[in-house]
Design a protein around this ligand. Structure first.
Ligand SMILES: Nc1ncnc2c1ncn2[C@@H]1O[C@H](COP(=O)(O)OP(=O)(O)OP(=O)(O)O)[C@@H](O)[C@H]1O
Ligand SMILES: [Mg+2]
Length: 253
């Protein structure tokens, strides 16, 4: 199916997912337009990572649909899913680098999987990706020698090296100090501007949400409880939202 400029790049329709005995997603609807960064907030365990896994087709819905650039990906055979995963890159919560490979080899890996063999092209693309995350010169380093923040950046470089149209970020700043977190937030914005990427950012970090979000979605009890701009989120007086933003548990002392 062809997609017009108005077609959302990512569209989730009435997505339900049952895992074991738990209805994790109970009808999630979401649209992300081209070039937009959508931030997904919600309590731990509410299904944010599960939602991302559906957008990259690592999980299949119990019911509902996911469309990428107007094309339904739900139920596609594995071979065609490889094309989807080429369009949609994901930065996993753990960065998931190969520890036995250098930074350069880590970045070359997805390119080789895409069938790119020319060493010159690979070198160019790896350099371009490392430049985007301010890590030129780190090519021969081993991941275990890198700090948490640098690993995240290498993970991000590996996500962008395949030139995806969409990037999904799962907790990109968790476990990082505030300054390193700030540099990751800036990188997310920079990638959005430089390569016009469409993104979904799952986070608990309100700084990330306020810095990166063009739109904000708040997941609660398996559904989209709130969707709006950063300003609308800040203006909310709903205790479910304000307790989350201000980090109040609601438990008695
Ligand atoms: N493969 C699985 N099998 C069974 N249950 C699962 C599976 N993956 C996730 N779950 C359950 O689904 C729920 C949502 O999990 P998910 O990882 O999406 O939460 P989350 O919102 O990303 O939380 P966090 O903020 O802690 O990362 C949890 O109760 C989790 O235990
Ligand atoms: Mg998660």
């Amino acid at each position: 199916m062809s997609s017009s400029p108005e077609t959302p790049v990512i569209e989730v329709q009435a997505l339900k997912k049952r895992l074991g005995t738990q209805d994790v997603l109970r009808g999630v609807d979401l649209q992300v337009r081209r070039g937009e960064t959508c931030v997904v907030l919600g309590r731990s365990g509410c299904g944010k990572s599960v939602l991302l896994k559906h957008i990259i087709a690592l999980m299949r819905p119990t019911s509902g649909r996911v469309l990428i650039e107007g094309e339904e990906i739900t139920g596609l055979p594995e071979r065609q899913l490889l094309d989807v995963r080429r369009k949609v890159g994901m930065l996993f919560q753990s960065a998931a680098l190969f520890d036995s490979m250098t930074v350069e080899q880590n970045l070359a890996f997805p390119l080789k999987e895409q069938g790119i063999r020319d060493p010159k092209v690979i070198k160019e693309r790896v350099t371009e990706a490392l430049d985007m995350v301010d890590l030129l010169g780190a090519e021969s380093k081993m991941p275990e020698k890198l700090s948490g923040g640098m690993r995240k950046r290498v993970g991000l470089a590996r996500t962008v090296v395949g030139r995806p149209r969409c990037i999904l970020y799962d907790e990109p700043t968790t476990g990082l100090d505030p300054i390193t977190s700030d540099s990751i937030n800036r990188l997310i914005r920079r990638l959005q501007k430089r390569i016009s990427v469409t993104s979904v950012v799952v986070t608990h970090d309100m700084k990330t949400a306020f810095h990166c979000g063009d739109s904000i979605v708040f997941l609660h009890e398996g559904r989209v409880y709130f969707q709006g701009t950063v300003d609308q989120l800040r203006a909310s007086t709903d205790p479910v939202i304000t307790d989350f933003i201000e980090g109040r548990s609601g438990d008695a002392d």
